[in-house]
Design a protein around this ligand. Structure first.
Ligand code: HAM
Length: 426
């Protein structure tokens, strides 16, 4: 019986993993420049964290979590997103009490959602995200937006759209909530069963419903922007001003509702406008949250962040035809003929690696010609040949593949010689 990987998961094989490494390095460097430091949290958490953090009425909690009982009878969940875990860690480690606030984190790792797999939607995906906790300065919102956009732009992506909204503070949202209930209540029976529940629990979610998208009441639904109180409107204006100062363009969409419950004030998504990107055009999303730290047992603290999946980032690179500058060659291939020479080759290979040179050799007992072929296929810059004759003369033959130039170097000097050659050629 063949056993395949579970639906919605994928193997990332050499040929592709180099792209992942490149992108991950680039993102980590971007975070270094914005002064966000890496945090690593567990892949599973107590189920309650996501029920309280992400929100009981969200699709994620209702339908998509990988939840199971461990052998101790506790309910645990594979994390569907990173924010709740980061906030849990921030509270548990009392990071809010440390000097040097705000606390700025980034994270990268697998997240799990039981969704219907399609292009850009998987059951295990890798998220890169950031969270800035402990400041409600609108300039941080703008900083997060700038980092989010630059994580795409610095890789060469151009067909991007930043969609922005404000969900206001508690008071504004409550006023909007009442307006939404008043608006949708007359059509209650015409809405899908999920939306009938949402109307009571969290009417904002109705605006995000895929089934009721075309209901006429959707278009005339009251906009949150009409219900922002002075503080919320002022906050949103300042975020926009900072974006203008940085020359960041955006589109305001009062219907942008995020799929998680913890947001207030700034909410945003970055979309790909590249042709051929696919049906799902959202590259990443995020926003500000205020109640979350308290929900997890910490002091009232505000945070803002965003997350993207690397899968969708790579899809966007492909859609825009961007080739990453990957180096998939090999520095050196060691060829040895004969048992004695092979022993010396094993030693030299080991020493070269210790000296920082990338080296590989034959392990299949191939003939000389076959080994040369392998070196060629591996795109090796140098081939080192050690036969009985070379061994007798205590030298090794070094061939530079591009020029075909060959030299005999003494065995004593070969490590330094190769180090020099490769350093000079960079
Ligand atoms: P989210 O919108 O649920 O937000 O997910 C953020 C991003 O994760 C999406 O835009 C998408 O790139 C990726 N993503 C989500 N689900 C899938 C999937 N099934 N397959 C592939 N990629 C997926 C959050 O997760 C929030 N924690 C973001 C945030 C951080 N808000 C504040 N801080």
């Amino acid at each position: 019986m063949n056993i395949n990987a579970p639906r919605g998961t994928q193997d990332i094989l050499p040929g592709s993993s180099e792209k992942w490494q490149f992108v991950e390095r680039q993102l980590a460097d971007l975070c270094r420049r914005y002064h966000y430091k890496e945090i690593r949290t567990p892949i599973f958490e107590h189920t309650e964290l996501f029920q309280r953090g992400v929100g009981d009425s969200t699709d994620i909690v209702q339908k998509e979590m990988y939840t199971f009982e461990d052998r101790g009878g506790r309910s645990v969940t594979l994390r569907p997103e990173g924010t709740a875990s980061v906030v849990r860690s921030y509270v548990q480690n009392k990071v809010y009490g440390l000097p040097n606030q705000p606390t700025k984190y980034f994270y990268m790792g697998p997240m799990f959602r039981y969704e219907r797999p399609q292009q850009g939607r998987q059951r295990q995906f890798i998220q890169f995200g950031i969270e800035a906790l402990g400041s409600d300065d609108p300039a941080i919102d703008a900083e997060v937006l700038s980092l989010a956009l630059n994580s795409y732009r610095e890789l060469g992506l151009q067909s991007l759209k930043l969609v922005l909204n404000s969900l206001g503070d508690k008071e504004s949202r409550e006023a909007h909530r009442q307006a939404l209930i008043r608006h949708f209540d007359p059509y209650r029976d015409e809405l899908c069963s999920d939306c009938q529940v949402r109307l009571d629990q969290n009417p904002l979610r109705v605006l995000d419903c895929k089934k009721d998208r075309d209901h006429p009441a959707m278009e005339t639904a009251p906009s949150i922007l009409e219900y922002l109180n002075d503080y919320s409107r002022d906050y949103f204006d300042k975020v926009k001003e900072y974006l203008d100062v940085m020359g960041i363009q955006y589109v305001i969409d009062p219907n942008l509702v995020r799929g998680l419950d913890y947001y207030n004030h700034t909410a945003f998504e970055i979309m790909s406008e590249a042709e051929g990107f696919g049906a799902i055009t959202t590259l990443s999303g995020g926003g500000r949250y205020t109640g979350l730290v308290q929900e997890v047992g910490g002091p009232e603290t505000s945070g803002i962040g965003f997350a993207m999946s690397i899968e969708r980032l790579l899809m966007a690179l492909e859609a825009e035809g961007i080739e990453l500058p990957l180096d998939d060659g090999l520095d050196c291939y060691m060829i040895a003929m004969g048992e004695e020479a092979d022993k010396v080759a094993v030693r030299l290979t080991d020493q070269l690696r210790g000296a920082g040179v990338q080296v590989d050799k034959d392990y299949l007992g191939k003939k000389m010609k076959g080994q040369f072929k392998t070196a060629d296929r591996l795109n090796s810059r140098y081939v080192l040949v050690l036969g009985a004759e070379e061994l007798g003369n205590q030298v090794i033959n070094v061939k530079e593949m591009a020029s075909g130039e060959q030299k005999e170097i003494s065995l004593d000097a070969i490590i330094d010689y190769m180090k020099e050659q490769l350093a000079g050629g960079e």
